[in-house]
Design a protein around this ligand. Structure first.
Ligand code: GLA
Length: 364
């Protein structure tokens, strides 16, 4: 067994963990200063670590066991194009922020599906930062850790993501949704209703071309905002849709998604707080339709998964969650029926598409 002791000799001195997240609603809004409503998962990523006292980093990831122990040097980070970049990004971001980074040995394990749209990369980066904060006594609060993880992802790894994942992983808990305003980065916890369960099902479709599609969507909404004369689409509301729909296609639909999605986050939050459950399913359905038809980040298999889920007794609603182009769906289900509904959905999906869906988690 590749325990820390077997890999590096001696015991780890720090053991840190960070959850992944599932986004309930508010998709592709967080790079236009919009609203999001993620929930931390009960699944996550663990980093066992021991500082070394020199500049060498040695890491082993159980999910990448074939790679064995991989090394790099703090202050000589250079992009490799694989999972190690998430770690190099963290030490580079820490140094850029003036923190005293130094070498360490680390072993990584996770029960999150990698590439499942559940923020596995943010969970890894925040878990490593938590381990480094404890191991190197870094003077950094949870908000700073989220910022460093975001910096690592956007500048070192080079994917221009918004703020949702790092903040959701750093501050979320599985019993509450995090209502996060990415304009101010202020957030509030919203209780999830009793008697309901979140079910996350992974489609078995890896994020094909996810980075390219993400960048393109981001460019398109930036262009739409420019043509509409606003800094960000958050500055517009559904009342502006007539003029938004005069933009050239597909910018009109891309902008409509972002504007209506912000309104859906508010409506969803209000329904959660008011306990008007019958409104939740239709809002999720409208959000999925918008991601499919206006933002075009779904794929046929995910649409099938959502359609099957929506037709199963006990399921209030379902939609694609995360960046899209594959990944996972989130279902809201009645507590008593959630496990049976999840199994039925996965079985029917396999029969109809030949793909294997995995029930990732049922929570809280
Ligand atoms: C990815 C990004 C987030 C967000 C979502 C889409 O998860 O990391 O910042 O943009 O896609 O909502």
């Amino acid at each position: 067994m590749t325990t820390f002791e077997n890999l590096f000799g001696g015991a780890a001195t720090v053991d840190a963990w960070c959850p992944g997240r599932v986004n309930l609603i508010g998709e592709h809004t967080d790079y236009q200063a919009g609203l999001v409503l993620p929930v931390a998962l009960s699944l996550g990523t663990r980093v066992e670590l021991r500082p070394r006292g020199d500049d060498t980093v040695r890491v082993f990831s159980a999910g990448q066991a074939a790679a064995g122990v991989v090394s790099f040097r703090v202050s000589a980070e250079s992009k490799r194009g694989d999972w190690v970049d998430y770690l190099q990004g963290v030490t580079a971001a820490g140094r850029a922020a003036g923190l005293r980074m130094s070498g360490f040995d680390a072993r990584i394990t996770t029960d999150l599906p990698v590439g499942g749209g559940l923020a596995s990369s943010a969970a890894l980066q925040v878990a490593l930062l938590r381990a480094l904060r404890a191991g190197l006594q870094l003077p950094a609060d949870d908000f700073t850790l989220a910022q460093l993880a975001h910096q690592a992802e956007t500048t070192f790894v080079g994917v221009p993501v918004g703020w949702m994942d790092q903040l959701a992983c750093s501050f979320g808990d599985p019993t509450h949704a995090l209502f996060l305003d990415t304009r101010t980065l202020a957030w509030q916890k919203v209780a999830l209703p009793d008697g309901l369960r979140l079910v996350v099902i992974e489609s078995g479709i890896p994020h094909r071309n996810a980075d390219g599609g993400y960048r393109e969507r981001r460019r398109q909404v930036e262009e739409a905002a420019r043509l509409l004369g606003v800094a960000v689409l958050r500055d517009l509301s559904p009342a502006d849709l007539p003029r938004v729909m005069r933009l050239p296609d597909p910018l009109d639909r891309r902008a409509r998604h972002v504007i209506t999605e912000n309104a859906r986050v508010l409506a969803f939050r209000q329904a959660l707080e008011a306990g008007t459950r019958e409104q939740l399913g239709p809002i999720l359905a409208a959000a999925h339709d918008s991601l499919r038809a206006d933002y075009e980040v779904s794929v046929l298999e995910i649409d099938r998964l959502v359609a099957i889920a929506t037709s199963v007794p006990g399921v209030l609603g379902a939609r694609l969650t995360g960046g899209g182009f594959g990944g996972s769906v989130v279902l809201l289900a009645q507590e008593q029926e959630a496990a049976a509904a999840a199994a039925t959905v996965a079985a029917r999906y396999q029969r109809e598409t030949g793909r294997v869906a995995t029930v990732v988690v049922i929570q809280p």
